[in-house]
Each structure stands twice: as structure tokens, then as C-alpha cells.
Design a protein around this ligand. Sequence first.
Ligand SMILES: [Zn+2]
Ligand SMILES: [Zn+2]
Length: 878
Amino acid sequence: MEKKNLETTYNPKTFEKRIYKDWLEKGYFTPKVNKDKKPYTIVMPPPNITGKLHMGHALDLTLQDMLIRFKRMQGYEALWLPGEDHASIATEVKVESELLKQGLVKKEMGRELFLEKVYEWSEEYREKIRDQIKKLGSSCDFTREAFTMDDNLSLAVREVFVKLYNDGLIYKGNRITNWCPKCETALSDAEIEYVEQDGFFWHFKYPLTDGSGYVVIATTRPETMLGDTAVAVHPDDERFKDIVGKTVMLPLVNREIPIVADTYVDMEFGTGVVKITPAHDPNDFHVGERHHLDMIRILDNKGTVNELGGKYQGMDRYVARKAIIKDMEALGLLEKIEAHTHNVSTHDRCGTIIEPIISKQWYVAMKTLAGPAIEAVKSGKTNFVPERFDKTYFHWLENIQDWCISRQLWWGHRIPVYYCEECGEVIASVNEPKDCPKCHSRNLREEEDVLDTWFSSALWPFSTLGWPNETEDLKYFYPTSTLVTGYDIIPFWVMRMMFSGLYNMGEVPFDTVFIHGIVRDSEGRKMSKSLGNGVDPLLTIDEYGADALRFMLISGNAPGSDIRFYPERVEAARNFANKLWNASRFVLMNIDNDLIEANKDSENYSLADRWILSKVNNLIKEVTQNFEKFELGVALAKVYDFLWNELCDWYIELVKPVFYNGTDEEKGVSYRVIRDVLLKSLKLLHPTMPFITEEIYSYLGDNETIMLAAWPESDESYIDQNIENSMSGVIEAIKGIRNLRQEMAVPSKKKSTLYILPNKGMESAFEDSKDYLLKLAYAEEIVILKEDMKDQGNVSLVTSTARLYIPLLDLVDKDKELDRLSKEKEKLLDEIDRVEKKLNNERFMAKAKEAVVEEERAKGEKYKVMLQAVNERIDALN
Ligand SMILES: [Zn+2]
Ligand SMILES: [Zn+2]
């Protein structure tokens, strides 16, 4: 027999997996190209295959899933396209060290075998990531899943490279690159992390060749002097006018190098003379170009001094540094050492200090590409949410340097360039050429380097949709709608997708960039391996369910702001789910579909019905608006408040008398209202808590799945501010009476008459609420007064909408109550005495902080007010 109601207890383990499997099998995540409907598209920022998903991913995915579920219910063909990134350098470093543990050395294995192993590894990890994405409830379309190393995406990479090359926007050049001596590869500026370090300025004397004295230069990297090919001064610097054009003898190396004048030199800084090492410093490189200086590279790829470093050959850069300082000192050429704190560039993956090294690398010329990308955001074709993040975007694009895209790695997209060994022709080609177009030689050599991993992710919004093929998907779903990502990734990814989209597609890749913050621990610290404060989303899901985790991540979330992870809030989210579960069970247990059907046209609504209908229609309006503004945290808070307070705490209580004692029509109407309101609020909650809402809906709803149910629309005709005011006035009165009775320790079984003098305009509200007051305010009779009561024997309560009187004194055991009150009075007097002694204690006052004193004073005030209330009650009883 089919079950008619939910399980007795909320246990997400029993249904989350089953529901997800069902959604997946029924193809609900897979939109169609449908000209009659509007598309809504999000491409998932592809997680790196290097590891497990962390809490940041869980947040990122939940936000995307909420938007997709919202739009899908609104009737869009909603595509959320998932995928993974091959993460070139990160993966290569990781697999290399894994293999080493098995005794396999990358270089000995050779390119082919190594790549085979990485592929195997990537398959395994992609499967894990997929599984994690699923556990969270993500409704992304796995039939369209992409991987940056897929054939089609690799084809896109080659197409774009060749297009850029043919347009003259890719070049191979000798440039100073950020070089990681540990990973032995070039890096882009975005992969550099600046770290403050204590260092020194070593002041060296360089003797003038003509014997007329010496110049003093200061350096933080003494070992680079082996590659010096000039010293420079500012052309306007009077101090050095006479020496420009002379030469100095470079110590240790004994190379005669010129003194040049260049405006790059800062006269105010240091000695006013700088050494020029064009092969190891980006600024010196430009000075070298201007003055046609030799470029002598003295370090190899491992950061070891090479054959051009004379007797220092073979030394690591830092060993050479020590030796050089010692030798300079021995020669009497070390003038002084000055302590100095400076920012050093390090590789963000391995922490190694970057060595600027001249090398031949591939570059994308950025100026031409950056212009339209800046313009697209300035003109509002693409908007940032929150808007302030456009500053980060503009800052990076306006100061952009050419993008170094070659990496000396194996894992990644091999640069589609071939060199003719006969005539030296360089051929960029999507397909491997048979022979040299110039000399027809077949002796071609393929470029060894691979591309920066971001080169392929920059194409993600269109390569995943089939580009360069003109697919139906591409035509329908591009440009995509919303990009959801963290602010830390704007320079790496967002701006590169922008200029790539504009350059290749002629259109921005997305309308909106919705930026979120990072997930910190409960103390506000970044979650990190070294602190060990990371929380595994999968363990949280195991314990509390995916819905509770999603709820926690979204509650209080504001666009662009970091959030903190509080385990107790996941628990609170689970408690909310529990409450919703129990309330739904109650509804399912009580409503009668035949009565609903028989009274489906009746409009004999009670005050409570009208109130909840007004509330829910307001709620729909507000939640929808907040979803559209990306204020998902606010939207959730509104649904939560409604479900917890209005629906569960009040409406269900208010209609219970009807449920148990109403006429058939009254019942039918209330059943219908409660079912409709619950269904609507479940739909509003669905994007945040997809599983529990689906499970409840499966017993209550009229569609096969809540996922494809229509997003509720607000019916303005139900919104009535007067009704809302009336009901909330009555609720305030009920709450007041309950508190009063509790304070006076009246058992709920003891009922009393309740006299009410409504404020002007509230008369009918209280008149219509007699049933609610009888039950919820424990009254045995309600008397609505026309004028104020003079009888002093009553306890009175003043609310914002009425004066209420209860002859409670009859109900309380007077002696017992007096006894209790006098004990309370004693306690309060003691407390007041303690506070006053403290505040009169000079030593305490001299030492205590202002806030502590203030706190004590506030305590004293509170006790005095309480004492007064107790005294009044004692007087009243006497
Ligand atoms: Zn490195
Ligand atoms: Zn040739």
C-alpha cells in the first residue's frame, strides 16, 4: 500500500540519495534547446582535479544550484554546465611526487608514459569530484559535463592560439619571466604571491677602470652581479655628470662595463648608482634594451650558477650569494650592510622565491584584448554583483602586462607550433602540418611547452558549448547568464574569460558576475591545511544532511562578503528542517482531500486564513525580488521566518480549533489554505533545501517533482495590510497574556475570563479572534469592553493594540505567590547591594574598563526595574 505520510522522524539519510538518483535518472537536470523558452545558463567554475572539494566549493555550488533551481521553476531552460579543470602545474607537481613514492622518476619515464599516468589519475579524481558535487544536491547537467582536456576543448585551445598568432597577438620573445626554480617553469604574474621578508642591502664598491676612484651600488641579490653589464645613473644627477661614458671593472668577474645615463634611475634612492643586470631583472631588461647592453644569464633553470658565473659555477643561488659577499669583503669592496624589509615574489603553489630570468617564452599581447573587456563592463554589458568588484577588474586590466602563456611542463595543452629544422620557419597550426609551407621539408619539430592552465579555462563559457563547432547548444545558450565565483579569482579567470569571449565570440561571455566571499572558520580565520581548521563538507553532509549544510552556507550570506562556518548553525539548520518535517506531517495527517475538493470555491476565510494568505503572497513577492537581486541570504531568511513563526508557530495553532471542531466548510477551507500555503513556501525553500522540500512535496504536491513545479507568483488581491495588522495585534495580545501567566506561575489548566478593551479600529479584529484567544490565551470567556474597567482586582496588560484584564488573582494561590515574590525580592535586593558595593569600590573603579563598569551599571538598573515590578505585585496581592 502506498504510504500516506512522511516517516515519523526527519532523517535525511533515508531520502537524499534516493531523491538525487531519481532526479538524475529522470533527466530533470538536462535542459533542451527550446526556442519557445528563454535559456538561463551558468557554467560551473571547473574545480581543479587535484583534490577534494572544500567548504568554498560547497558555497560556490550551493549558490549556483539555487539560481538554477529558481530559474528552472520560473520556466527557463536552465543549463548548469559542470566540468573539471586539468590544473596543469598543480596536477603535474602532485602526480610527480606521487609517482616518486612508487620509485618512478618523471624525467626517466618520458613524456608519453608520464602523461598516461596523469590521465589515469585524472579519471580517478574526476569521478571523486563528480560524486561530491552530487552529494550536495547540485542539479547540474552531467550529460554535458566537460573537462578542459577533452578533445573538443583542446581543439578550441588550438583554434584560439592559431587565431591569436595569425592576428599578431601571440609572440615568442626574450623576456624576463617569473621563474620558479623548484617547479622549473615560467609563471604568470597572477601566480605570484608577495611575502614580506627581512633582508639586506649590500653596498658594493665597483672601481672605475681609469683608476680615478669607485662607485657604490646597493643590491639585495648580490649573486646577480655576475650578470651585470652596466651601471646606471640619472642623466640629471650632478654628482655623476663626469663619470657617464666611463667604465667600471666589475669585481670578481673582471669584466669592463659601461656607466650609462638612464631616467629609470631614482636619484633619491640609495646611492643614486644602480647595477644593471638585464638577464635577471625586468627593469634592468628594459634599460639593457635601450642601451644595447649584453644580456648575460648566469643562473640555470634550477637556480644554480651556470658556466658564465666563473668560479661560482655549480653553486645554488644562495650559496653563491654568501661566497660573493665573503669575496667582496676580502677584497675590501664591501662598504656596508644595511638591514631592509622588502616584499619578495614567491610561487603561490610551492612558496619558492621567484627568480626573474630571461628566457624565450610565448606571450599574448594584452593591450588590444584588454580594451574591449574594460569597455564591456563600463558600458554595462556585463555587471558585477556587488558592483564594487568592478574596481578589482579594472585595476588588473588597466595595468595588464603581456600574458606569459608557455609553461615548461608536460601535462596540459601542447602549444600548436612546429619549427622547420631546415629553414627555421615557425608554423602555428591547428592540425599537425605534413611539411614546411616554405621549404616543404618534412623535418619539423613540435614545440615542447604546454599552455598556462588558464588559457583553456579562459574559453570555458563557449568551448564547453561546442565551439569552434557551430552547435545548437552554442547558439542557444551563449552568452551565458550568470557567472558565480569568488573574488579571489577575478584576475585569473573572470577577466580572461571576458576578453576571450569578446575576441572569439564577439559577445561578452555572461551578463552578470556574481561574486561571493570565502568560507572562514568560526573565529574568522581562513580555512587552511596548515591551521588544520578546514571542515569537510562531506562529513557535515553525513552528519546533518546536505540540506542543513546548504542552509548554513546561505543563511546570513551577502554578495561579496566572507562567511564564517559555525557547526552549531548547521545543527540549527537541521532543527529547522525537523520542525518543517513535523509540521508537514501534522498537515498530512489532518487534511482531508475530499473536503478540500468539496469546498474548493468557498471564500469563507477566517481571519487567520486571510492573514496567512496575505503573508504568503507578500513573502512570494519579497523572496522573488531578493533572488533577482542575488540576495539569497535575505531570501532564505524571509522563507525561514515565515515557515518557523507565521506558519508553524501561529497559523497551525490558530486553525487547530477548526481542524478539530469546525464545520465541514470551515475545515475544507482551512485544509485548502494550509495545503496551498505550505506548498508555496516549500517551493520558495526548494532552491536552498532541495531534498526535504521534494520529500514533503511527494506526499502533498500535484506534480511529479517540485523541481519542475512552477515558481509561485504573488497574487496581490490577497495582500491586505489591515488584516495583517489585525492578526498581529491579536498575536501580540496572546503572547502578552501567555508571558503574564507564566510569570505568575498560573497553570495552563486554570482558565479565566479575559476582558479586552481594543484600541480604535481593532474592535472587529478581537471580536473575530475570540476562538483563538479562548484556546491560545487560556481564556474561558472573552468579554470585549466598550469602556475602560475600573475594577482594581484585575491584573492588566497594555499592548500596542489593546488593554487586557484578567481576574487572575482568583486563580493563584495567594499565600504561595506572596511567598515566592518575597523570596524573589530578597534575591534582587542582594544583587542590587552587590552591584552598588562594586561601583563604590575605588580600587575596582580605578582598574575596570569602561565597558565593564557600564555593564555593572546596566545590571543594577535592570534589577531595580524588576524589584519595582515585584513590589507592585506584592502590593496588588495584599
Ligand atoms: Zn614552484
Ligand atoms: Zn622550412
